[in-house]
Design a protein around this ligand. Sequence first.
Ligand SMILES: NC(=O)C1=CN([C@@H]2O[C@H](COP(=O)(O)OP(=O)(O)OC[C@H]3O[C@@H](n4cnc5c(N)ncnc54)[C@H](O)[C@@H]3O)[C@@H](O)[C@H]2O)C=CC1
Ligand SMILES: O=C(O)C1=N[C@H](C(=O)O)C[C@H](O)C1
Length: 236
Amino acid sequence: MKIALLGYGRMGKTIEKLAENRGHSIVYKTSSGLKEDELKKADVAIDFSIPEAAFKNITTCFQHQIPVVCGTTGWLEKYDEAVKICKKENAAFIYASNFSLGVNLFFELNTQLAKLMKKFDQYKVDVEEIHHTKKLDKPSGTAITLTEQILANSAYTNWELKEENTSISEKTIPVTAKRIEDVPGTHIINYASDIDDIEIKHTAHSREGFALGAIIAAEFLKDKTGIFTMKDVLNV
Ligand SMILES: NC(=O)C1=CN([C@@H]2O[C@H](COP(=O)(O)OP(=O)(O)OC[C@H]3O[C@@H](n4cnc5c(N)ncnc54)[C@H](O)[C@@H]3O)[C@@H](O)[C@H]2O)C=CC1
Ligand SMILES: O=C(O)C1=N[C@H](C(=O)O)C[C@H](O)C1
């Protein structure tokens, strides 16, 4: 498979290494704007760039009917518009806030746990994410997905990023974002009561899980049209 890497930073470089080990070739890579003649050489594009660039990158791929896998976080206010353009251009698209198998299993666990906890209102939930200090967005896209899953399966009505010394209402899910050097990505869901806590946690040991998941998504998407999610790719 011929891959275009849109974003050649930490993730782009990890994807290049794993993709070549799986027999794919990187035919185009960029860390700035797109050269459309170069992009057109690819069977599929993988975007791990920056929030400001993702929408332009992926919609340019749609215009050339190049299937695109996007892992960039922090641009989702434009997701619905991207989906509309993808359908109009008869292109193919997968976005995921997290491509790792482990986190996608964790998403299922989180949903089931939220359903179970719904009737036990003595437990208060909070969501915490920890990432490296170079991360541009907060909270992480993964933390937002986890929080939205809890909202869809509980009596909570909204979420807020918790800054120090702020008080948060009963119906609001507090989300804490910590930045610690070199942490690839940790997510914790805690249900606390006066008597005990119940906690689930996912810890990424490196970026390889994210990169491998994105490559598997690209292998799935090549030669397809339409909008897909990691549930379609992994059958979870
Ligand atoms: N969905 C997932 O599984 C994961 C998502 N991410 C997300 O992926 C994104 C990238 O993460 P990292 O690789 O750690 O960041 P990074 O900062 O190492 O790499 C981003 C690269 O994009 C480049 N860039 C800037 N403008 C561009 C443009 N117009 N077109 C193409 N590239 C451009 C930058 O120069 C940089 O090299 C972030 O939004 C991060 O949150 C990261 C890991 C996993
Ligand atoms: O920026 C990162 O590094 C990561 N970003 C994604 C997110 O925002 O959820 C996924 C992963 O946790 C690493």
